[in-house]
Design a protein around this ligand. Structure first.
Ligand SMILES: [Zn+2]
Length: 466
């Protein structure tokens, strides 16, 4: 048995901020004791980590990543190996990625494919949601089996006709199944049928630059789809989790539903909190770096997202990490914005960007941990193994220096992508030591982890329902 003792830090969870020493045995947290107490002073360990002046926080849980996702004739540029290593660098110790069912294929076949991509390659722990592209009698039955084996959330798309799209009838059927088996339906809420009309019209009128990607994917079409998804979930008697909420009007739909007492939840992402249509309009095709769906919105929307995070109308910040290199990948859409692969890198930056929001006074320290660690773990059935520091929890712990200064750059990041969406941004705060299930994987700018340390996590059903 190995024992690690983390001494002298401020332990921050979603619930508490306490000066405590943390004792780890093998892969688990076994005890916390008040700093300086006779109990803490009596502890001995093989490894003692001095966290004086630092925060001791749970490892981040990023509940929305797409490593190696096939999209638009290419693949997201981070593999499970490079993407989870970058996650570790940024203080994230669990990812929940999306296995994809292709049309005409079973859920099982898609899940097996994603297991094969990830197994033996991950630096930190990982789990899967299931993208359901083909709702039919067989895949509905398979949903029950997947919930039983720990894949307890299913993503459907109101966007991308002909690829991932499901019509309202299929969505309703999947939601009804989720209501019965405990599976949580996650929704990409944009009216893809209407958007495709606007895309065609924009291209025909010669509006081909990246910024038109944002213009055709209208805020109202996100709000409309969000409203429709909520009503379908209500009819099905099912809970609903809306992914990557970006428009103020969509937040309003969620707030209204929650005021009515529904189990309706929303996630936003750092790109919507820190970037805007100004980035999409950058000249020389640079705007392509910021093409993702839902799209970046005008700056004015950011205030509504921050407010939603404070009032708990939004509960989770995930990255939707889906990187494509500018050279050779984003460039596929030169002269036609609809051919730009959709997605941004971010798995390494999330914890730090949200800490900057603490520094800036947007959210409290405990809310930072809640939206980045605890709630994603609860939402997707990983709590309290993940998302907190408590006796019995996995020892996924970050020693975080709140005073460290850093400048974000592609030159120094660890994601396998040739640009940073936050190039040049100054941030206060940085993960100094990152521990995954009791093993130090990053320490003082050195990577000590290995591919294959990360273990697949089965999940309970949603632990966040009211
Ligand atoms: Zn996504």
């Amino acid at each position: 048995m190995s024992r690690t003792l983390i001494r002298g830090g401020l332990v921050i969870t979603a619930a508490d901020e306490v000066h405590a020493d943390v004792l780890v045995e093998d892969e688990k947290v076994v005890a916390l004791a008040a700093a300086g107490s006779t109990v803490a002073e009596g502890w001995t360990a093989d490894t003692v980590i001095d966290a004086t002046g630092k925060y001791v926080i749970p490892g981040g849980v990023d509940a929305h990543t797409h490593m190696e996702l096939p999209f638009g004739g290419t693949f997201a540029s981070d593999s499970f190996e490079t993407g989870t290593r970058a996650a570790a660098w940024g203080g994230t110790t669990t990812i929940v990625d999306f296995a994809v069912q292709s049309v005409g294929e079973s859920l099982r076949a898609g899940l097996d494919t994603w297991h094969a991509k990830a197994e033996g390659n991950c630096a930190v722990d990982y789990a899967f949601h299931m993208i359901v592209s083909d709702v039919n009698e067989h895949s509905l039955k398979e949903m029950d089996l997947l919930v039983d084996e720990g894949v307890t959330s299913f993503k459907l798309f109101m966007a991308y006709p002909g690829v991932f799209y499901s019509d309202d009838g299929r969505i309703l059927r999947a939601m009804q199944r989720g209501a019965a088996n405990g599976g949580l339906v996650m929704m990409h809420a944009e009216n893809g049928i209407a958007i495709d009309v606007l895309v065609e019209q924009a291209l025909a009128a010669g509006r081909t630059d990246p910024r038109y990607h944002g213009e055709v994917r209208r805020e109202l079409l996100e709000a409309e789809a969000t409203h429709r998804a909520i009503r379908l979930a209500e009819v099905a008697g099912a809970p609903l989790y809306v992914v990557h909420v970006s428009a103020e009007q969509a937040v309003a739909e969620l707030a209204t539903a929650r005021d009515r007492g529904l189990n309706v939840f929303g996630e936003t992402c750092p790109q919507y909190l820190f970037l805007s249509t100004d980035n999409l309009a950058e000249p020389d095709f640079e705007g392509a770096k910021y093409v993702c769906s839902t799209p970046l919105r005008p700056k004015e929307h950011q205030a509504a997202l921050w407010k939603g995070l404070r009032t708990n109308d939004l509960q989770v910040v995930s990255t939707d990490h889906c990187p494509f290199c500018f050279v050779g990948q984003k460039e596929l859409g030169r002269g036609d914005f609809s051919k730009i692969p959709n997605g941004l890198p971010g798995v390494e930056n999330r914890m730090d960007l949200l800490h900057q929001a603490v520094v800036d006074g947007q959210i409290s320290r405990r809310r930072w941990i809640e939206i980045a660690c605890a709630t994603p773990a609860r939402m997707f059935g990983l709590y309290p193994r993940k998302g907190t520091i408590a006796p019995g929890a996995d020892a996924d712990i970050v020693i975080y220096d709140p005073d460290a200064e850093q400048v974000v750059s592609a030159a120094t990041h660890h994601m396998n992508v040739d640009y940073s969406a936050y190039e040049g941004k100054r941030l206060r705060g940085k993960a100094r030591t990152v521990i995954s299930r009791g093993t130090v994987v990053v320490d003082q700018d050195r990577y000590l982890g290995r591919a294959g340390h990360g273990r697949y996590q089965t999940r309970e059903t949603c632990q966040y329902l009211v």
